[in-house]
Design a protein around this ligand. Structure first.
Ligand code: UTP
Length: 295
């Protein structure tokens, strides 16, 4: 079955980016000249998604506005002959169909996904976190959609190997590989943010999933979990007991742009990967290395 909808939760408070996030949604902070959320929505579109469902909270209107048309700005650009800029702005305004739902209280990622239940209805859907960017030739959500369709439209969690000392930052999965090249496993358990000593593996999920609507039944019954929040991990665990959940080691470079270090890392690397800014970034890095005597 085709996966047409992606739920993108963006209702979090973004405390690691305060004070910027006092007024600006974290997802609107730009990497070079595109807000973080642009890269995420682009991944969704390249994966075949037709409708994006943002789970928002108060103060996040800028995200919906960004994907809307802005006729005053378009008129201004036309009058001033800025045709290249006009085309870029119009393209973003027509990128994808957007729907928003308010998560009135930030009760956790699990609760945020549950907010999409009525709009998602009876079709399988993707969940993509708005502050994690994965780049590579094959969009990560597309990779997971392919694994899902090869396995009777099963639930799929995207995973990547992380430093075993950093398992406390992620949901960690355990299961049995179903293929000889050890990329896809039938998941048995998922643990939220385990200490390295308690982690069953170092396979972590950075926020890419394909779910059947049955995830909502699990989300409705889970109690509050780690951090006093309704955790998506707990619902996935429950789901894995009753239904098939696969974990797939995806290909691509992942950037955790929800924290300052990951954000700086993405900014430098994206600038080096971009043909318009590569030379500029190389020159700037070279200057800084000399000026601050960086070894
Ligand atoms: P984070 O744990 O990164 O939280 O949420 P946050 O609020 O965005 O950032 P910090 O930790 O305070 O700096 C992971 C994702 O889940 C969404 C966030 O918007 C983010 O995309 N989320 C989290 C919600 O939509 N609702 C919630 O209740 C919690």
């Amino acid at each position: 079955m085709k996966i047409r909808r992606a739920v993108i939760p963006v209702a979090g408070k973004g405390t690691r980016f305060l004070p910027a996030t006092k007024e600006v949604p974290k997802e609107m902070i730009p990497i070079i000249n595109l807000p973080m959320i642009h890269y995420v929505v682009e991944e969704a579109i390249l994966s075949g998604i037709e409708q994006v469902i943002f789970i928002t909270s108060s103060g996040k209107n800028a995200i919906e506005d960004y994907f809307d048309r802005k006729f005053e700005l378009e008129d201004f650009l036309i009058k001033n002959g800025k045709i290249k800029e006009l085309e870029i702005i119009q393209k973003i305004g027509n990128m994808v169909e957007v729907t928003s739902i308010r998560q009135k209280e930030q009760l956790g990622l699990g609760h945020a996904v549950l907010c999409a239940k009525d709009i998602v209805g009876s079709e399988p859907f993707a969940v993509i976190l708005g502050d994690e960017i994965v780049r590579g030739p094959n969009p990560v959500t597309k990779q997971l959609i392919d694994i899902s369709s090869q396995n009777k439209n099963a639930n799929v969690v995207g995973v990547m190997e992380v430093d075993p000392m950093e398992t406390y930052k992620y949901g960690i999965v355990k299961g049995e590989y179903i293929d000889t090249n050890r990329k896809t496993m039938r998941m048995t358990t998922m643990v939220e943010k385990p200490k390295p000593a308690d982690a069953p593996t170092n396979l972590a999920t950075p926020g890419r999933y394909i779910f059947k609507p049955e995830i909502f039944d699990a989300l409705k019954v889970i109690p509050k979990g780690v951090g006093g929040e309704y955790q998506l991990t707990d619902a996935i665990n429950l789901l894995a007991r009753e239904s098939e959940v696969f974990a797939h080691v995806f290909e691509g470079n992942r950037f955790d742009t929800g924290n300052i270090e990951g954000y700086l890392n993405a900014t430098i690397e994206f600038a080096l990967m971009d043909k318009d800014s590569e030379a500029m970034m190389r020159r700037l890095i070279k200057e800084k290395v000399e000026k601050y005597n960086i070894k």
